[in-house]
Ligand binder design. Structure first.
Ligand SMILES: [Zn+2]
Length: 326
């Protein structure tokens, strides 16, 4: 479960961090340890609890696969970025930011919240709301974590608050959900942004890191491999966009576009509330991007929004806009 140790940093996760788990990093100091991300699995948590004294947990963003285990460390102080502190404590804010409000009505949102309250990982009931995350961390400043310098580099796109922790002295950049998987970049939340994702991903190459640690099953890359794989990974965005463009131009009706398996196979998304939402939100983001790039798809997008009962007020989300405040 520990798959690499670099100086005082252990990189670990059950099953290689495969979804619904994720990779954690733990930094061991003289007196205590600091954990970065907390979704790595029961075996890893047992190992950590046996071998470390975790005083502090830093979470890279609010997605459940990165935070669910934090409740297993009741004595550790938890910190997250300023964009996510409210979402982590409020299901409705979470539902707005992830795009549920854009796609569904009250009954489905209530069901999603109920499912989240009852979600289990093995015997552990996971409820993000029980997380007592009371503090935020700064971006782009060197912070001392268990005696090691770390900088949380803001990398918006995947989510608005997403960041890539950089452990300076050991050349480790935790690129997290810039995860190099064959699914490609994830930008299916209302708060996600395709162009920002690309920009943030490219900026990871400006960091003078030797090791690039991804969150899921792809593991750790050295610079040359990371650079090559990143290019392939980002090209998936353009491939999907090209597919949408061709479908629209060849007469695919707006009502049929969500059944074209652009992100998920039909069997994966048909009866899955969250995947169906992700398919719809991601398509809207591509259609808007295509319009920005000069395609005359405005009427098509309007039809797509109407046919799928999308609430336009919630299709984009930003924590610090007044739009979503009561
Ligand atoms: Zn994520």
């Amino acid at each position: 479960m520990v798959y690499k140790k670099i100086g005082p940093v252990e990189i670990m996760g059950d099953n290689g961090g495969r979804v619904p788990l994720s990779t954690s990093l733990i930094i061991t100091g003289n007196e205590d340890s600091t954990l970065i991300d907390c979704g790595s699995g029961q075996k890893t948590f047992d190992y950590i609890q046996k071998n470390h004294k975790v005083n502090t947990i830093y979470l890279t963003h609010h997605h459940i696969d990165h935070v669910w285990g934090a409740q297993l460390f009741p004595n550790a102080e938890k910190l997250i970025n300023k964009y996510d502190i409210e979402k982590i404590a409020d299901y409705h804010e979470l539902a707005k930011s992830e795009g549920l409000y854009a796609v569904y009505g009250k009954a489905d949102i209530d069901k999603w919240i109920q499912d989240l309250k009852e979600k289990t990982y093995w015997d552990t009931v996971v409820e993000p709301k029980v997380l007592n995350v009371s503090k935020t961390h700064e971006y782009n400043q060197v912070i001392d974590l268990s005696g090691v310098d770390v900088m949380f580099i803001h990398a918006p796109g995947h989510t608005e608050g997403f960041c890539t922790p950089y452990i300076l002295d050991y050349g480790i950049l935790h690129v997290g959900d810039i995860d190099l998987t064959s699914f490609g970049p994830y930008y299916g939340d209302a708060e996600s942004n395709i162009d920002q994702f690309i920009k943030s991903a490219k900026k990871t190459l400006d960091v003078d890191a030797k090791y690039f640690v991804t969150s899921h099953h792809k593991g750790i890359f050295l610079r040359d491999d990371y650079e090559r794989e990143l290019e392939k990974y980002l090209s998936i965005i353009e491939r999907k966009e090209e597919k949408i463009k061709k479908l629209v131009k060849s007469g695919c009706l707006p009502k049929d576009l969500i059944h074209q398996e652009i992100f998920y196979y039909k069997s994966q998304s048909e009866h899955n509330l969250v995947r169906r939402k992700t398919e719809i939100v991601s398509i809207v983001k591509h259609l808007k991007r295509l319009i920005d790039h000069g395609e005359r798809f405005t009427d098509y997008l309007e039809d797509f929004i109407r046919i799928n009962n999308i609430n336009e007020e919630y299709i984009e989300y930003s924590s610090f806009s007044d739009k979503h405040r009561c």
